[in-house]
Design a protein around this ligand. Structure first.
Ligand SMILES: Cc1cc2nc3c(=O)[nH]c(=O)nc-3n(C[C@H](O)[C@H](O)[C@H](O)COP(=O)(O)OP(=O)(O)OC[C@H]3O[C@@H](n4cnc5c(N)ncnc54)[C@H](O)[C@@H]3O)c2cc1C
Length: 388
């Protein structure tokens, strides 16, 4: 990070305080700072130290099968916005985000696998996707298993380096005037009957008009301090990285493979990332032999030349999910000035840009109804009686 402020807390106040320096909090800081807002971002550890540092970085707006049409729409808007933002951020920050716009392939072993994929899809196929039969696959993706029956090619999909993106958002926001404080412990929202007053921290109070909770998995606890129950469920995922030596460069995929049992993502740093397992309810960051074995088995099926690659490392992260599968994005109506931006599950990198934009629009006075995002309202589950 370029500069971390060291003002004494009794002197600190800001129009808006964002709690959480993952990709979501940093994207919000960037969007607010680019509108000239007075914004302070605080994190209990370091920028990009949470789930955002575990992600594969796919912007899979077309490949993800979103059950809710609003999510499919926001995902495509967010991918587009992110493509635009990274051009602007390159003028503000030295961090290279490694955006690659090579498109994604979803391959099938057989006709019956393709049929069941079509039957089980929750959302309509996008008009942009192209069907490649076996011969086209062999020509366009010679590194893919030659027995592949066919594949959908989604040309507008892209991917990015997630930690770099998060840091680019934070740095760009700082260049535009935002303040960032890392390593701030014991954060609690302060609110009374009139609404948000600020936050208390291990180093003192900080005053503000708006608090945005963007602390990923830990957001539930921060909300509980002000008697709001916004459940966040943990879904652990393991992921691995490999690298191809120069003599095996022909085996290296040059597009992301987004198959049903694995994704294989060639990254801008030369590595290829293989993800990810899905372990609901788990919060530890251990990587199991079983998990890595599963990833490598699927990866070497789709890209047989992967057997020649060098294994680099494996890691794990915990996705922040919600009971109804939708993120919480919006104002907490029962506490004026308090906003939620968390629960992005497996798409927080993809949805970061649009989340920043939506929060900025809400702060500018637009309502969830005007923005068409009532379905994401933070207190929706209380109203439905899902939460006690
Ligand atoms: C294996 C794996 C692969 C993934 N792949 C993709 C992908 O390809 N594409 C995609 O879009 N998404 C992907 N995701 C999902 C994505 O990583 C998450 O949705 C996203 O990172 C969530 O970002 P966040 O900012 O909400 O949370 P985080 O990144 O967890 O950030 C939260 C921040 O809040 C801070 N914090 C927590 N508690 C407090 C507190 N009490 N006080 C102050 N600060 C606090 C933390 O230190 C942290 O910095 C993947 C996830 C996993 C695990």
């Amino acid at each position: 990070m370029k500069k971390i402020i060291t003002d004494r807390p009794d002197k600190i106040h800001a129009e808006t305080i964002i709690v959480g320096g993952g990709v979501v909090g940093c994207a919000i800081a960037y969007e607010l700072a680019s509108r000239g807002q007075d914004v302070l971002l605080v994190d209990r550890s370091a920028i990009a130290g949470g789930t955002s540092c575990a992600a594969a970085g796919m912007l899979a707006a077309d490949s993800e099968d979103f059950a809710h049409p609003l999510m499919a729409k926001l995902a495509r808007q967010s991918r587009q916005l992110l493509h635009e933002q990274q051009v602007l951020m390159a003028t503000l920050s030295d961090v290279e985000v490694g955006l690659q716009r090579h498109g994604f392939l979803t391959p099938f072993r057989s006709y019956s696998e393709l049929s069941s994929y079509k039957n089980n899809r929750k959302s309509a196929l996008s008009a942009d996707e192209v069907w490649w039969d076996r011969s086209v696959v062999q020509q366009e993706a010679p590194w893919l298993n030659r027995d592949t029956y066919g594949a959908y090619y989604r040309p507008y999909e892209s991917e990015i380096l997630p930690v770099h993106l998060t840091k680019a958002y934070a740095e760009s926001a700082q260049v535009l005037g935002a303040r960032v404080m890392e390593d701030i412990q014991d954060i609690r929202v302060q609110a009374n009957e009139h609404g948000v007053q600020g936050i208390t921290t291990s180093i003192g109070e900080m005053r503000c008009k708006h608090v945005i909770i963007a602390a990923g998995l830990q957001s539930e606890e921060l909300m509980r301090h002000v008697n709001l129950s916004l459940p966040v469920w943990s879904v652990k995922g393991e992921i691995a990285a490999v690298q191809f030596a120069d003599e095996h460069a022909g085996y290296r995929p040059d597009r992301t493979v987004y198959a049903e049992d694995i994704y294989i993502v060639p990254k801008a740093n030369g590595e290829v990332w293989l993800g990810a397992t899905s372990l609901p309810g788990r919060t530890d960051l251990n990587v199991s032999v079983q998990g890595v074995q599963k990833l490598l088995t699927a990866a070497t099926h789709w890209v047989p030349g992967m057997k020649e690659a060098q294994f680099l490392r494996a890691w794990a992260g915990v996705r922040p999910a919600t009971p109804d599968g939708l993120p919480y994005i919006g104002a907490c109506k029962s506490i004026p000035g308090l906003f939620a931006a968390f629960g992005h599950y497996r798409n927080g990198i993809l949805l970061s840009a649009i989340t920043g934009r939506l929060i900025a629009e809400l702060l500018a006075g637009k309502s969830s109804e005007e923005l068409g995002i009532e379905a994401l309202s933070p207190e929706r589950l209380n109203r439905k009686g899902v939460v006690q």
